[in-house]
Design a protein around this ligand. Sequence first.
Ligand code: GLY
Length: 387
Amino acid sequence: MRRTITRRDLVRAGAAVGLVASVPGKLFGQAPAVVVRKAKPLVIASPNGFYFTNGGAQTCVEKAFLMITQGGDVLDALIEGVNIVELDPLEDAVGYGGLPNADGVVQLDSCCMHGPKKRAGGVAALEGVRTPSRVARAVMDTTDHHLLVGKGAQTFARSMGFAIEDDLNTERSRTLWLEWKRRTDPLHYLDPAKRELASRQVSQQMVREGLMSGRHLYGTINCSGINAKGQICGVTTTSGLAWKIPGRVGDSPILGAGLYVDNEVGAAGSTGRGEANLYGLCSFLIVELMRGGMHPKDAGMEALRRIKANTIEKRLCRADGNPSFNLSFYILNAKGEYAGVALYREDEDERGAVGQKDGRLVRYCVCTESGPQMLVCEPLLPGLPQG
Ligand code: GLY
């Protein structure tokens, strides 16, 4: 059964934070060395950071928050947190059991950024490793590069000691892929326009029938955090777009798109249609807007307006010209202020994949000294992506 953070855990965590804020130096001969507390510790994530425990006691945001308040490195804590989601076979949008590409192969993307160290790492189209976020971390820690892809990423992971598995499908992800395959024109590569249409229609039909969540077509987890010293880090990890053309890489592993962190300013990360985010590098945009003084919510809304303005292809628009997809950003600034924003408020349908239904609102989650909570994203547009 799921265990949430107890009051005792929080008192303990709060006490640890308090110590950081008030440990005195030598009592004689010098003023007490008070460590100034710059921010209240906080972890923010997409809603799957609140749902999944991989059969254990803690969710992603709970685990990460406790590690941060116990003095752990912020990025270590976030990666331990998202590992819970990557490894949970019930989450079919991230890591092990993520929905595969058009060939039935699970290809994973991830990146991470360490604000204080000003370092970053990422992997894309990685096969065979359940926890791509850990490989992204290894790219950051042990190479001179920021992004490794495909076979090269897998060879690197093997050389770093990661177990390489033949197949990361679960029975559920394979069954869904076979259903998609059965319904899709087997000759779809011949006509890109028709293939795209057929693929989208089939996917949307499967969502309408309750076989899978609409959120999981582009499902991802983004998780960022700040500790009492004001140190900010972030991580994003995903199996990417379900049934994608093999080799397709979305926004998640791309610095500035699926994630951007600046230790002096804040962090932003995304879930949703990666192509729309990639076009404007919106996580970078959001952080830059916050650098100029915008609140996280206002910066996120401005990025969503940019995405709306850039979405002019008819196939990607509703009848009223607004985008026919959803995209969310999870944002925090160096003061510890935060926001979750989305193109549309109402899209989510948790039937099946998550096994719990909490309405149809696009949400995000945070964990603070008050414990974990689920919040509703601020929407830019009324209605549903489908119109
Ligand atoms: N945002 C996840 C993806 O588009 O791959």
